[in-house]
Structure formats: structure tokens, C-alpha cells
Design a protein around this ligand. Structure first.
Ligand SMILES: Nc1nc2c(ncn2[C@@H]2O[C@H](COP(=O)(O)OP(=O)(O)O)[C@@H](O)[C@H]2O)c(=O)[nH]1
Ligand SMILES: [Mg+2]
Length: 383
């Protein structure tokens, strides 16, 4: 072998060695110069179509060590030490599928992928197979799909339909008080004490880095909210009168240090229409199942106002919480960024907003909007 041939061999050997050393020490260089990558670059695309696009994509994509990507794909940082006996509950129709998917996706991302609380979805019709399948892939938590019993949904026979129709025509909007109010009686809900109500098409704007169910349990709260506002008077013209009749007849149910003063500044004579917006609720079902609320609901139900007027579950739940629970058992979750069209509660405390990595704009929070009752709540709780 002559000198120049030997010289070329040494140079080639040197280049190959450097290539291997850099391949091992620099991942991106190794990936860029891997044989499969070079093959993809230089061969026409049809020749690589037989290989799976997913594996190509993974190979070419930097996978970061992220706390969110666990061995099972998600839920790596599952919090398992202590859990409450709790569930999410969603009342929805088959036609709400797309929006229900969005709501569950958001609460999973912001909270539940680390806690894996179960879901109960309720409908007065059977959920379709497509509905169940599309919901089931969203979480590894248990999901149960329930049918609401007829008597928990439809208008009872003793209601005068002509009068009820007149009420419906006047209000246009069709309330679903029974569906929204009887979920805690549903057989699938019996095994749970705490629930978190979610609706299709709501948004969770901040990370929730602790367990609100356990918070409720440990602080002995019974009811919680994120948004409070005025109710339309036209939907409840006679409700307050009936509430006061009940309260007078049953002083034994009225809690000491209750929150009546938040809703009435003349000791119950008139109602200022403030209520908690019940599309978001984390609450204790033992409270709804208890004697006071049961007697209260039965009394209101006998007045027929759920049908003749449009009494909603929001004012009924709110008034019950205000009357039958001490005020310090009602909790405002200031740190849970929540949106139900058209209103958003966004944490205004900078620390909360930053810790939650919130995607909402605190300047546009509903809290101190003219239609919100938040400033009344603040003032009432300061006293
Ligand atoms: N299964 C079922 N769910 C319903 C029906 N109407 C409303 N809902 C659900 O009840 C909740 C409240 O309804 P929504 O239209 O959002 O009332 P709003 O928030 O008071 O305007 C949502 O979770 C809906 O998906 C219905 O006819 N059947
Ligand atoms: Mg709604």
C-alpha cells in the first residue's frame, strides 16, 4: 500500500470515529444522521409510506422529560395518599357530546389526571354507544352512564298542565329543575358523599394543585361556588314568600349564624335576588339528603312553582345553603378559574393567578361586574 492510500484510510477512519463519538454525545446530531432519517430524506416519499407514520414522528421528535408524560401516557404523578368519597356529576344530552368532551378534557388537564376522581353522567335518555366511547377515552378514571328515572325528570301528574304551559310560554326557556335537583337521589350517586357539578362547554382556566373535595371535607364546608349573581325576578315571583313561610313554620332547621343576611337586608322581608350560580358546585350530598333540605324541597315542590313559574335549582340550592348552613360552611373558591358562557371567574389575587398558571384575564373577571353579587358576599362575610 502506498503512502497516499494509507493516508486516505487514516483520514476516513478518523472521520468515522468522530461521527460515532458525536452521535453518542449529541442526541440531535445522532438523530439527524441516523440511517432511517437519511433514507427518508433521500428516498422518494412513497418508499417510506409502508413504515408507520407514528414511529417516524416519534423518532424525529425530541421527547422531553416531562412530569406530565408518565409510563402509562398520563397520570404519572397520581396523588393517592388520601381521597374523598367524591365524584363529578354531569347532566347532559347525547347532542351535548362535543361540549361534554371539552369540559372533561379541561378538568382532566387542570386537575383530575392527578386525582382520578370518577364521573357520573346522567341523561333522561340512554346515552348512545358513540357518546360513551368518545367520553371513555378521555380519562382513566371510572365513568358511569346513568338513566334518570321518569319520576325524577318529568312533570308530576298533579301539576295543572294548562297553567304550567302558560308559565313555560311566558318564560320561553325550559328549566329542568327536577333533573338538576334530583341527581343526588340517583342510584349511581348513592355511594358518594361529595360531588362536583360540571356542565358541557364550561372552562377551567387554572391548574388546581390541591384536592378541593378534601378541602371541603377537612374544613367542614357543605357548599361552594365561584360565581354569584342576581336571579331574573320573573322566574321566581313567589319563591321568596314560600321560603319565608317555610322558615317560619320550621325554625328548627334554620342554622345559627346563617347567610340569610347575604340575600336579604331586612331580615327576610325581601329577597335581593342574589344566588350562587349552580352550574359550578362542589357540595356535600349529605346536606341535600338531610332532613332540612328534604322538607324544604318537598314544601316548595307542593307549591308547583317549579312548573308554574320557572324556579331553577340555582336559587333553590343557594337559599337552602344560606338558611340551613352556618355561613362559614359556604366557601368561595377564589382560586378556581371557571367560565360558563357568558361569565368568567378569574382569580384576581396575583399569587393565585400565577400558581394556577391561569389562562384567563383577571381584568375581565365577573366578580365585580354590576350584575355580580360578589361585593355583597365580601361585605357580608367581613361582618
Ligand atoms: N339529559 C338532558 N340534559 C339536559 C337537558 N336540558 C339541559 N340539560 C343539561 O342540563 C344542564 C343545564 O342546562 P343548560 O342548557 O346549560 O342550562 P343553563 O345553564 O341554565 O342555561 C346542562 O348540563 C345541560 O347539558 C335535557 O333535556 N336532557
Ligand atoms: Mg348551562
Amino acid at each position: 500500500m502506498n503512502t497516499s492510500a494509507r493516508y486516505i484510510i487514516v483520514v476516513v477512519f478518523f472521520i468515522i470515529s468522530i461521527h460515532y463519538i458525536i452521535s453518542f454525545t449529541h442526541e440531535s446530531y445522532g438523530r439527524a444522521t441516523s440511517l432511517s432519517n437519511l433514507k427518508n430524506k433521500f428516498l422518494p416519499s412513497s418508499s417510506s409510506s409502508s413504515s408507520s407514520p407514528a414511529s417516524d414522528a416519534l423518532e424525529n421528535f425530541p421527547v422531553h422529560n416531562s412530569p406530565y408524560i408518565g409510563a402509562g401516557g398520563f397520570n404519572e404523578t397520581l396523588v393517592t395518599d388520601k381521597k374523598a368519597n367524591a365524584t363529578f356529576v354531569i347532566l347532559c344530552r347525547n347532542s351535548d357530546l362535543g361540549n361534554t368532551v371539552k369540559s372533561i378534557r379541561e378538568i382532566e388537564d387542570r386537575f383530575n389526571r392527578r386525582y382520578r376522581y370518577p364521573y357520573v353522567l346522567l341523561n333522561e335518555e340512554e346515552f348512545t354507544d358513540e357518546f360513551k366511547q368518545r367520553i371513555s377515552v378521555l380519562t382513566s378514571a371510572k365513568i358511569e352512564f346513568g338513566l334518570i328515572p321518569r319520576e325524577h325528570w318529568f312533570q308530576p301528574d298533579w301539576i295543572d298542565e294548562t297553567k304550567a304551559k302558560a308559565g313555560r310560554d311566558k318564560m320561553v326557556e325550559n328549566n329542568i329543575i327536577y333533573g338538576g335537583s334530583f341527581f343526588f337521589k340517583h342510584p349511581l350517586m348513592q355511594k358518594y358523599r361529595w360531588y362536583w357539578r360540571i356542565e358541557p362547554d364550561v372552562h377551567f382556566h387554572c391548574d388546581i394543585n390541591y384536592d378541593p373535595f378534601l378541602f371541603m371535607q377537612e374544613k367542614e364546608k357543605v357548599y361552594s361556588f365561584t360565581i354569584t349573581m342576581y336571579e331574573y325576578e320573573a322566574t321566581i315571583p313567589t319563591l321568596w314568600g314560600h321560603v319565608m313561610d317555610f322558615a317560619k313554620a320550621h325554625p328548627e332547621y334554620i342554622a345559627k349564624d346563617n347567610a340569610l343576611g347575604f340575600m336579604s337586608t331586612d331580615n327576610g322581608k325581601s329577597y335581593n335576588l342574589c344566588h350562587f350560580w349552580s352550574n359550578f358546585e362542589i357540595a356535600d350530598m349529605d346536606f341535600w339528603r338531610g332532613e332540612a333540605y328534604q322538607a324544604f324541597f318537598d314544601y316548595l315542590d307542593r307549591q308547583g312553582g317549579f312548573y308554574y313559574e320557572r324556579w331553577g335549582d340555582a336559587p333553590v340550592h343557594s337559599i337552602a345553603a344560606a338558611l340551613f348552613a352556618p355561613r362559614d360552611k359556604i366557601h368561595f373558591f377564589s382560586d378556581i378559574g371557571y367560565e360558563h358562557n357568558p361569565y368568567t371567574h378569574c382569580p384576581k389575587d396575583k399569587g393565585e393567578w400565577e400558581r394556577g398558571r391561569c389562562s384567563c384575564d383577571p381584568a375581565r373577571s365577573f366578580d365585580y361586574d354590576g350584575y355580580s353579587c360578589m361585593s355583597k358576599w365580601d361585605k357580608f362575610m367581613e361582618k
